[in-house]
Design a protein around this ligand. Structure first.
Ligand SMILES: Nc1ncnc2c1ncn2[C@@H]1O[C@H](COP(=O)(O)OP(=O)(O)OP(=O)(O)O)[C@@H](O)[C@H]1O
Ligand SMILES: [Mg+2]
Length: 245
């Protein structure tokens, strides 16, 4: 059974269609959601997390409907919003994770250890008693990832998790994501970095709210003429320009 099933999902803002009749499913593994700025990626992810109501269409995660079963969805999905929005900047790193852990009912005797190991992973353990508001952009980004990982969710929806993160840590993040995949988790991730996208098991290419390419890297390469299939970047540019025309 697919982890996520999306059927004709549509979101309009006034007369503007941000997500246009999307249908696809996601199997366990790392799923890359790729597309130019404004393609509708964040809007789609927010709908999948139950944060935004679709205008029409349906989607489900492990069979839970994203509109009817919002409480269940929130339990199984870890969401990292784009650019670390929505964090409590007046809390210290550790305090914020403790608060979050309490919201998710993580047992007290496990919470401290989990917070330490996650702060280690995102390379912020020396900052656990510092105010999030004083962090650099990349540190806030790492903090946002820490929050998404804390409840150990079965599915992670990560909106540009490595934007503004330095190359070494970026590599560490991906190493960790691959480890989660090997444990059977599902990660839906958006990125503008082609090397990251190429590391995904499956990729959906979206443009103007529509799917313009779907499959593994090799399947996407096979969609375009050989001279445009050198790497994902070539494929991406070819397909987002409407097939070379
Ligand atoms: N609340 C809103 N009201 C009006 N328009 C919106 C709203 N949210 C998103 N949009 C519009 O919907 C389109 C898709 O936005 P979205 O944030 O989903 O794009 P994206 O693919 O995530 O882009 P990026 O790569 O820049 O993050 C954009 O044109 C955006 O301006
Ligand atoms: Mg976005």
């Amino acid at each position: 059974m697919p982890v996520v099933e999306i059927n004709s999902l549509t979101k309009t803002f006034g007369s503007f269609t941000a997500v246009d009749n999307l249908s696809f499913s996601v199997e366990p593994g790392i799923f890359g959601f790729l597309g130019p700025n404004g393609a509708g990626k964040t809007t789609t992810m927010r709908m999948l997390c139950g944060l935004l109501r679709p205008t029409s269409g349906t989607a489900s995660i492990y069979g839970y409907d994203i509109e009817k079963d919002v409480d269940e969805i929130k339990k199984i999905v870890g969401y990292m919003p784009q650019a670390g929005t929505g964090m409590y900047t007046y809390l210290k790193a550790k305090e914020s994770l403790e608060l979050f852990g309490n919201i998710y009912s993580i047992p007290k005797n496990e919470l401290g250890e989990r917070i330490d190991s996650i702060l280690e992973l995102v390379d912020l353990k020396d900052w656990k008693n510092s105010l999030i508001g004083t962090f650099s952009g990349g540190m806030k980004q790492r903090m946002a990832l820490a929050h998404a990982l804390l409840p150990n969710p079965d599915i992670l929806i990560l909106d540009e998790p490595t934007a503004g993160v330095d190359p070494e840590l970026r590599r560490q993040f991906w190493h960790y994501f691959e480890g989660l995949r090997d444990k059977g988790k599902t990660i839906i991730v958006t990125t503008h970095y082609m090397d990251e996208a190429e590391a995904c098991d499956k990729i959906a290419l979206v443009s103007s709210g529509k799917i313009i390419g779907f499959g593994s890297l090799d399947e996407l390469k096979a969609m375009v003429p050989p001279e445009n299939s050198g790497g994902l970047e070539d494929v991406f540019i070819y397909l987002t320009k409407g097939g070379g025309g």
